[in-house]
Structures are given as C-alpha cells and as structure tokens.
Design a protein around this ligand. Structure first.
Ligand code: NAP
Ligand code: MG
Length: 396
C-alpha cells in the first residue's frame, strides 16, 4: 500500500524519559508504516532545552501558531532535583506554561472511554470534558502575611493618578491576605475557546462560578461568558444543537455526579485544576486522559495528560520492559493528525487517524492491555508496552 500523504507539516515536540521512549515506538510501529509523515521537529527534551537556554520552547509554540497544529510529548518541569540529575545550567519554566502563554489557550481534558474500565460513578455513561481556564486567579495572586492589628486595603491607581480604595479587613491580630486578578481579554478568550471546542465535539457547555458570593469577580466571569455566547456563538450553537448552561459551582458539582456525562464543563482555573484530577481518576486512569490546548488564535496542541512516567523510565534504563500505557500518547498523535487532515482537507489522513484510534480501543476491548488497565479491569495478565503496540499494529 502506498503511504498516505500530508499537505502541511505539523509541529512535533519531543520530550523526556519514558514518554520519549514510547514516542519513538508509537511513530515507528503505528504511524510511519502508513503515513508519509511531515513534521517540523522540536526537541524539548530537558538537555536540549538547557542547551538552547530554553529558546526552543518558545520557538516550538510559535511554530504551532504558524502551522496551526502541534503534538507534544510529556516533558520534565525542572526543579533543583532535576538540575542535579541532569547537570543543568539553569532552572527553566515549565514548557507547558511557556507554550500556553504564547498560544493564550484553554486546556481541554477528555477521558478515553473503554467498556472494560468502568467509571467509579455508576451514572456516567459518556465522558465529561473539562475546559480549564489557564490564566490568573489564585495562580497569579499576591499574598501577604499580616503580623498584627491594622487595616488592609485594596487600592487601584488609575493611569491618571485617581485612586479607588476599599477596605479588605480591619485586623485585630495576625492573619493572612490575598489579592487576585483576571483580565477581560483572557476571560473572553477562555469562553471563545470553550465554545469553539464544544462546536467541534458537538457537546453542550456548562459553566459554573460562585457569583452569588463573589458578585463582582465571579459575576464578571458569568457576564463575559454570557456575552460571548450571545454575541458570537448562539446562532452557531443553535444550528449544531448545542446548549449553554450556567449554574453555581456547588450546583454543578452535584449535577455532575448525578448526571450521565457527555458535556463540556468549563471551569475557572482553580476549579479546573481540582476537578480534572477528580474526573480523571473517577473515569479510570490518568494514562487514558487526552489533553488539547485550543488557542483563540486558531491553533491546536495535542498531548497526553500524564507526565514522563519517571519511575518506569528508571526501570527501562535497567533493561526492564515496562508495561507503560501509550494510549494517551497515541491519541495525542491521532488528534493532531485528524486536525491536520481537517484543516488540509485530506480525507485519507482523517480516516487513518480514526482507524488507529479504533485499532487501539479494539485491542483493549479484546483483553490486550497494559498493567495499569489490567488492574482496573480485574484481569490477571498484562502486556508490556512493546507487545501492546505490536498488537495494535497487527490489528491496524
Ligand atoms: P506522571 O509521569 O504522570 O506519573 C505518575 C504515576 O502515574 C506514574 O508513576 C504511574 O504510576 C502513573 N502513570 C502515569 N502515566 C502512566 C502511563 N502512561 N502508564 C502507566 N502508568 C502511568 O507524573 P509524575 O511522576 O508526577 O511526573 C513525572 C515528570 O513528568 C515530572 O518531571 C513532571 O514535571 C513531568 N510532568 C509533565 C507533564 C507534561 O509534560 N504535560 C505533566 C505532568 C508531569 P505507577 O508508578 O504506580 O505505575
Ligand atoms: Mg493539578
């Protein structure tokens, strides 16, 4: 069979440790035998990030903006232990944070459903997708310890010098204070990314905040979300049969647990951080969660939600064939290839992406899986990563 051709390259971002090992394996066994793969390659492995003073991270993000689609392997976020381990020149920011800052995106996390792995929540029939606003609030807050009696105020000094000041609290003894912010532009692009994603995936959108208590702050989120929906998406959502629903965050949590899933849950930054881990573990496994960064500038970056699976890597280095699950990495590739196909109008590539996903899921349904899933499915035997990928390749 001739190889499937690509029109436009996609941005390929390589990474670290066990996921770097699996990355090469997935390409070699599942993609290159079928696709005449065109990629613009960036090595975000920790050594190359260090060698390029981390310039390669920003370069890869700009390449995604230029080409529209990227696929990324998991990468080490450096800390002092990693600095020592790899003999790094310096500590660099998380590549994901660098890429997000350039693409101005929202992160969508979606569990990959297989019938053998049941969600812990028995009413869930369809995946719940989390859309997490990736800027501001408590993640960019200013905090201060208060040592004793005194007044804490919030002061806004306009560029012309006019001051607006309100009292936060009169302290009678020690305590603590925090000031947080967000920008209308960021909230608006968060809302836009959510509606774009929902139209793409044909999912209803839920957004929740706490505007009964936080009338100004959360109230502004609620208002901007509603404005973006009314002014830019209501007609398109109507045509696609997609609804928009706002409720209070506590009501949303209760409904999520009682509901059957099958919607996009748009979350403020902190809610998304907490709820995506809850959804991932209640749905099955971190190794079965995909992640896509959707930029309001029209670019898409696909990755697995998990990290570099460090402990498995150390065992692999000692010669062990680990049973690390490559499913989320495979789906990062299929997501990116399908998006490339959609943007380029290349039907054969789109079909290939769907077939690879089906071959992967059918392999698991047939009882062939890695150890993490075997444990959840109550199955005594498991394949190592190489056997698992070979089985998918055979089926494909
Ligand atoms: P992790 O790599 O996600 O692994 C945590 C644990 O989850 C593993 O030890 C393993 O459990 C299980 N696991 C995760 N993915 C798996 C898979 N595909 N197959 C089987 N089991 C899997 O998180 P971490 O150990 O906290 O972080 C390791 C490195 O990854 C860190 O340097 C961190 O900075 C980086 N990281 C990168 C990203 C990213 O690039 N997007 C995200 C998160 C973390 P068992 O050991 O019990 O088998
Ligand atoms: Mg978290």
């Amino acid at each position: 069979m001739p190889l499937i051709t690509m029109k436009t390259p996609l941005v390929e971002i390589d990474g670290d440790e066990m996921t770097r090992v699996l990355w090469a394996l997935v390409k070699e066994k599942l993609i290159l035998p079928h696709v005449d793969l065109k990629t613009e390659y960036y090595d975000l492995g920790i050594m190359n990030r260090d060698a390029t003073d981390d310039n390669v991270s920003a370069e890869s993000a700009r390449a995604i903006l230029r080409l529209g689609v990227g696929v990324k392997c998991a990468t080490i976020t450096s800390n002092t232990a990693r600095k020592e381990e790899y003999g790094l020149k310096a500590l660099h920011p998380s590549p994901n944070a660098t890429i997000r800052a350039i693409l101005d995106g929202t992160v969508f996390r979606k569990p990959i459903a297989v019938s053998r792995i049941r969600a812990s929540v028995s009413t869930w029939k369809k995946p719940i997708v989390i859309g997490r606003h990736a800027y501001g609030d408590v993640y960019k807050a200013a905090e201060m310890e208060i040592e004793g009696p005194g007044r804490v105020e919030l002061v806004y000094t306009r560029v012309d010098g006019v001051e607006n000041r309100i009292t936060v609290a009169d302290f009678e003894g020690p305590g603590v204070v925090q000031g947080m912010h967000n920008f209308d532009g960021s909230i608006r692009s968060f809302a836009r990314s959510c509606f774009l994603y929902a139209l793409e995936e044909k999912l209803p959108v839920w957004f929740a905040a706490k505007d009964t208590i936080s009338k100004t702050y959360d109230g502004r989120f609620k208002r901007i979300f509603a404005e973006v929906y009314e002014n830019e998406f209501k007609a398109k959502c109507g045509e696609a049969g997609i609804s928009y629903f706002y409720t209070l965050i506590d009501d949303a949590v209760a409904r999520v647990i009682k509901g059957e899933g099958g919607f996009l849950w748009a979350c403020k930054n902190y809610d998304g951080d907490v709820m995506s881990d809850m959804i991932a573990s209640a749905s099955g496994s971190l190794a079965m969660m995909t992640s896509v960064l959707v930029s309001p500038l029209g670019a898409f970056e696909y990755e697995a939600a998990h990290g570099t699976v460090q402990q498995h890597y150390y065992r692999w280095q000692k010669g062990e064939k680990t049973s690390t699950n490559p499913v989320a990495l495979i789906f990062a590739w299929t997501g990116a290839l399908a998006k490339r196909a959609e943007l380029d109008g290349t039907e054969a590539l789109a079909k290939f992406a769907r077939r690879l996903e089906k071959a992967t899921l059918d392999t698991i349904e047939a009882g062939k899986m890695t150890g993490d899933l075997a444990k959840l499915a109550g199955q005594p035997t498991a394949l190592d990563s190489w056997e698992f990928v070979d089985t998918i390749a055979g089926r494909l």
